[in-house]
Design a protein around this ligand. Structure first.
Ligand SMILES: [Ca+2]
Length: 411
């Protein structure tokens, strides 16, 4: 969700850890918190925000401290995977088949939702597919306990306290029950894993029963709410999220990355084409992303890419949603291969990469293990200076080259 941008809520398994030659400062896991004591201090603030005493006392009577939730909150950056491993799971044959069945089953509702909110039904279904396998796995952690734990013990306590208050409010207003209110460790819940503030701001009652029920077996409120959320975050009706493209021999990879935008016509003039040879669609300025560098697939991405990013900022997630949506609509698999021999860098290695880039004079601006636009830009400039293809792709080989160059540096 938008407000969860930094959480990278992809439930991806961590890669195997390897010993790094650099000592790295890791985020600390918060000390255990006395939850009953914290709830007592929180109670007046919740009541002042409009939560009734009865609601508060009943809803949180059995709230539990969940140490594992705090551990995951602190270790979130460990969750990393190569894009091809991610897509193998995210857009598996089974998820495509289940998705096509789900789109058939809810065809009427999805058509109505698309007409009302202007968001492609296959994108809505793809988010449902990735967030909960079309409702099959909605998460089983008590949302109230998870949010209370995080509000009491996370470094982002204020954010989670607001989520907890909105969670109490939606219970108070009867949208779901305490028993049904379960989801992820980070407090997202329901068919499409909404945070409580996203529920407050965007959820809609599609079924007309007066409840905005994102948690029951009927997914229609959740599907409509997801469309409403995307619309509110700027979805452009009728525009694709992106599409796979081919880049010509000798393409200047300094032009890749979200910061460079050109119209499809301008990209076409540079030799960018569709894999099948059809003309590029007309559209607004778009970027070229190469999530696995010049040895992997390239995508021309339109502004709707950034709208899906408000759900989850990981490029792999957005491409997963977009590609799954295309497959649900009958589109072809991604045609380019991937450099499958490579592995993802660990958290420690990404920190080391950023430190070494800075030391080499290509400052990534932040040392946070996140490979965002500033780090990508620094990598591309460093690659260019080395005479490498400036595609921004990081792998163990790139880190090895950086280590060689900065071996004597005092980091
Ligand atoms: Ca409803």
């Amino acid at each position: 969700m938008r407000t969860l941008a930094s959480l990278l809520a992809l439930a991806l398994p961590a890669t195997a850890q390897e010993t790094s030659p650099l000592p790295v400062q890791r985020p600390a896991v918060a000390a255990p918190v006395d939850l009953p004591m914290w709830l007592e201090s929180f109670r007046p603030r919740a009541l002042a925000a409009g939560i009734e005493a009865d609601t508060f006392d009943t809803a949180l009577a059995n709230a539990e401290m969940l140490p594992d939730v705090l551990r995951r909150d602190a270790n979130q950056s460990e969750f990393t995977k190569t894009i091809w491993d991610y897509l193998d799971t995210a857009v598996s044959d089974l998820r495509i088949a289940n998705g096509r069945a789900a789109v058939d089953r809810y065809a009427d509702a999805l058509a109505e939702i698309e007409a009302e909110h202007g968001v492609d039904r296959h994108v809505v279904a793809a988010i449902w597919g990735l967030e909960s396998s079309y409702g099959a796995f909605r998460g089983n952690i008590s949302t109230l306990s998870a949010l209370a734990t995080l509000a009491a013990g996370s470094p982002r306590a204020a954010f989670f306290e607001e989520q907890l208050i909105e969670a109490l409010r939606l219970l108070q207003d009867g949208h779901t029950t305490r028993a049904a209110f379960r989801g992820s460790w980070a407090g997202a819940s329901g068919h499409t894993q909404f945070m409580p503030t996203s529920f407050r701001d965007h959820a809609v009652d599609f079924t007309g029963d007066g409840r905005r029920d994102l948690w029951g077996d009927d997914p229609r409120d959740a599907l409509a709410s997801t469309a409403a959320y995307l619309k509110a975050n700027g979805w452009t009706t009728g525009q694709p999220w992106g599409l796979e493209v081919t880049l010509p021999e000798g393409f200047d990879y300094r032009l890749t990355g979200e910061r460079i935008e050109k119209t499809p016509a301008d990209w076409a003039a540079l030799g960018v084409a569709t894999p099948g040879g059809a003309p590029l669609p007309e559209g607004p300025p778009a970027s070229i992303r190469v999530p696995a560098g010049h040895e992997g697939a390239a995508f021309l991405t339109f502004p709707n890419f950034r709208v899906i990013e408000t759900y989850n900022t990981a490029d792999a997630y957005v491409i997963g949603v977009g590609h799954l949506a295309d497959r649900l609509a009958g589109g072809p698999p991604i045609r380019s291969g991937w450099p499958r021999q490579d592995r993802a860098l660990s958290y420690d290695e990404r920190i080391e990469l950023q430190l070494r880039l800075r030391d080499a004079g290509f400052d990534p601006l932040k040392i946070d293990a996140k490979i965002g636009p500033d780090t990508l830009d620094a990598i591309q400039r460093w690659q260019d200076a080395q005479g490498l293809v400036p595609d921004g792709y990081i792998d163990p080989d790139l880190l090895r080259r950086l280590r060689e160059q900065t071996a004597d540096a005092d980091l």
